[in-house]
Ligand binder design. Structure first.
Ligand code: GGG
Length: 326
């Protein structure tokens, strides 16, 4: 293994959890890491939240590991996802043995549209009183997401997936999203079940077991996956993969966590699990699974960071994961 991995820690606890994931990647492989600057601090220093060198780094790497961005999220994450050509954000939310979870039976994955919706950047301030946002939905992006979802469920031996939308209100945009996703699934022989995204928020709290794979528009995926994080023990547990045709970017679902940044107590699990997804993306399935198992074991046995009721630091948890790997 000598793949080239771009590493962009970003802001806040990104500076703590990304090094943890690098330590774990170092323990299972021989990668070339190249570091890039991005985020709020980079903007303060250079005037640019995502300098051209960092863009090039992500574009040329075999994969990118990203931490978190704060106020500059729209100037960092959205372009980075674009640079790697990502069309789906895969966000698994599952409860782990040993972790106190509101809904321990939760085990689902969001397949979030990753390029458009209300995150497409078409915002305008038209007057002192009025700002507008254009919600973009194309059949092509919806179909690409749906094709991915069909393959995803097929590979896992599932019959189908849920489609979360709000087509009863956003008739044109979510209507197009829903119709396209359902049509693509039908033509692939995959079953779909529709659920209004607001109703989904209630159903997933009451009975998460009914959901395996949930395909959803961009903003819905962002919000609903954070909701699911609340069911499984917190944002410190949710990894994600932004997958493109030829490149990909991996990041924890959580943001910069300014309340604990710099204290050395951030839970590294989400980023280490994102690194496991990166390993699998690069074809290192065995190593990816080993990392996932090591994280699971440490979550079960401890040490645990304060978000999970423990008093361990980021480094204690990381060392324990590395120890489990060896
Ligand atoms: N690592 C994820 C992160 O930095 N999250 C901050 C955020 O605002 N994310 C929006 C998004 O994931 O679309």
């Amino acid at each position: 293994m000598s793949e080239h991995i771009a590493v962009i820690p970003g802001d806040g606890i990104g500076q703590e959890v990304v090094p943890a994931a690098i330590e774990v990647l170092d323990a299972v492989g021989n990668f070339e890491f190249e570091y890039g600057e991005a985020g709020d601090a980079t903007k303060e220093e250079t005037g640019d939240a995502l300098p051209p060198e960092t863009r090039d780094l992500a574009a040329q790497a075999d994969a990118t590991l990203f931490g978190a961005a704060g106020e500059t999220a729209a100037d960092v994450i959205l372009p980075l996802r674009d640079i790697v050509g990502s069309f789906v954000n895969v966000r698994p939310a599952r409860a782990y043995p040993g972790v106190d979870a509101l809904r321990p039976e939760t085990d689902l994955v969001f397949l979030r549209e990753n390029t458009e919706g209300v995150y497409s950047g078409h915002e305008d301030r038209l007057s002192d009183d009025l700002s507008t946002l254009t919600r973009v939905v194309t059949s092509s992006a919806s179909a690409q997401l749906a094709e991915y979802a069909c393959e995803y469920v097929d590979e896992r031996g599932l019959d189908g997936f849920h489609v979360a939308h709000k087509a009863n209100v956003m008739r044109e945009t979510d209507g197009r999203f829903r119709d396209t996703v359902v049509d693509v699934a039908e033509s692939n022989g995959i079953e779909t079940e529709e659920v209004l995204m607001d109703a989904f928020a209630t159903h997933v709290c009451l009975d998460p077991e009914q959901f395996d794979v949930v395909v959803c528009p961009n903003l819905a995926g962002d919000v609903l996956s954070d909701l699911a994080a609340g069911l499984v023990g917190g944002l410190g547990l949710l990894p994600s993969a932004n997958i493109g045709e030829e490149n990909a970017l991996f990041e924890p679902v959580h943001g910069t966590a300014p309340d604990i940044a710099g204290e050395g107590v951030a839970n590294p699990s989400a980023t280490v699990l994102s690194a496991a997804m990166l390993l699998e993306y690069l074809g290192h399935d065995e190593e990816g699974q080993a990392v996932r198992t090591a994280v699971q074991d440490v979550l079960d046995e401890g040490p645990r960071t304060p978000d999970l009721g423990g008093d361990a630091g980021t480094e204690d948890v990381t060392s324990a994961v590395v120890e489990h790997l060896s």
